[in-house]
Design a protein around this ligand. Structure first.
Ligand SMILES: NC(=O)c1ccc[n+]([C@@H]2O[C@H](COP(=O)([O-])OP(=O)(O)OC[C@H]3O[C@@H](n4cnc5c(N)ncnc54)[C@H](OP(=O)(O)O)[C@@H]3O)[C@@H](O)[C@H]2O)c1
Length: 333
């Protein structure tokens, strides 16, 4: 067994946060239940915030980044995992308070580890990653609250991003009319191929500013937050649901109670990191079958190695990426 491995570790020194590729020793692995040989990870917005130091994501330093990983089990002390089994971990504090997935070897608690479902390759599972899992969690919660295609269109904001593009693909495949809202004109053809009925710049939505505005759509999957979310909520139709996922446009939300008490609108919080294991397993089962996004290969923006992470973080934060960046943990630049 190799005694050394490569990992992208994030340090804080003199008030500055910076990540770099390092060689770690086997003894650096935390004493957790399952040791995984990493095959793939991905780049999420949160990874870009953490690795660039632009957001306060990490709860201790130094820490290996990466909130997602897929690979094979090397050894397991609990959970019934067998060596050689393909598994994945998304969220569950990986890359936040525990060493994360940007490494050739990863230690994880058994309670966070999911067997790779039949129907998904390792590569596909990380194309989905936290982004796709979160889109599925949003749809699950909305349908628990009686959202259905017959109620009308669903707006997806930040539609060209990881969560957004998978949400568009997933919702359209489930029969929803999707209005994809994006600031990227260049993403229009892709989003239309995924089945978006309308692809709109936020301004084309012609959103008002009053506490209650004419109903225009039946629900929202929001990755942007801030002013856009503030102005979307008053336009949601009776008993519609708004899944609050992201904050790329701002963390603030200014609203009144009007949409909630006069239209029965529900604001649903989506926290993929804290999703309980049974629901996590159920969502991965769906994502490998009925809810498998039909255009996964087109969602792949590019595949990179650990050496290329810094550039990828910059591209994500500068809003240059459409779809998902896959990290091949065995690739050398
Ligand atoms: N709650 C959860 O469990 C959870 C899970 C995953 C992600 N998230 C959050 O969800 C958001 C999306 O994550 P992601 O991984 O999909 O990120 P991503 O791939 O970088 O996509 C984010 C998208 O947001 C839009 N955007 C970026 N900067 C913006 C700005 N300044 N103003 C308005 N829109 C902007 C862009 O879409 P367009 O160019 O198409 O407009 C961009 O493609 C992030 O805030 C992330 O932290 C939350």
């Amino acid at each position: 067994m190799t005694k050394q491995f490569r990992a992208y570790r994030i340090h804080q020194s003199g008030g500055e946060i910076r990540g770099r590729l390092e060689t770690l020793e086997w003894s650096d692995l935390a004493p957790l239940d399952v040791i995984i040989e990493g095959h793939y990870s991905s780049v999420n917005y949160k990874d870009a915030l953490a690795g660039s130091g632009k957001g306060k994501i990490l709860r201790r330093f130094p820490l290996v980044g990466g909130i997602d990983v897929m690979g094979t089990v090397v050894a397991a002390k609990s959970g019934g995992f067998q060596p050689g089994e393909s598994v994945l971990v998304t969220g569950c504090n990986l890359g936040e308070s525990m060493d994360g997935g940007y490494a050739e070897f990863i230690a994880a608690p058994a309670s966070s580890v999911i067997r790779l479902p039949a129907g998904l390759s390792g590569e596909e599972s990380m194309l989905i990653g936290t982004a796709g899992f979160t889109a599925a969690l949003a749809l699950y919660r909305m349908e628990q609250m009686d959202q259905s295609p017959s109620k009308g269109p669903i707006v997806v904001t930040g539609a060209s991003g990881g969560v957004g593009s998978i949400a568009v693909d997933l919702l359209a495949s489930q029969g929803y009319e999707v209005w994809a809202v994006t600031g990227k004109q260049s993403a229009r053809p892709l989003l239309e191929r995924f089945g978006a009925r309308r692809v709109l710049d936020p301004r084309e939505l012609e959103l008002g500013t009053r506490p209650l505005e004419p109903a225009k759509f039946a629900g929202v999957i929001d990755n942007v937050g801030g002013e856009l979310l503030t102005r979307l909520i008053p336009h949601v139709d009776l008993w519609g649901n708004v899944a609050a996922i992201g904050l790329t446009g701002g963390a603030e939300l200014q609203t009144t109670v009007m949409p909630f008490i006069l239209r029965g609108v529900s604001l649903l919080g989506i926290s993929s990191n804290n999703c309980p294991l049974p629901l996590r397993q159920e969502l991965w089962r769906r994502l490998s079958g009925l809810w498998k996004p039909p255009h996964l290969q087109e969602i792949l923006a590019k595949t990179i190695s650990l050496e290329q992470l810094d550039q990828a973080f910059q591209d994500v934060l500068e809003r240059k990426v459409t779809g998902r960046i896959l990290v091949d943990l065995r690739k050398r630049a």
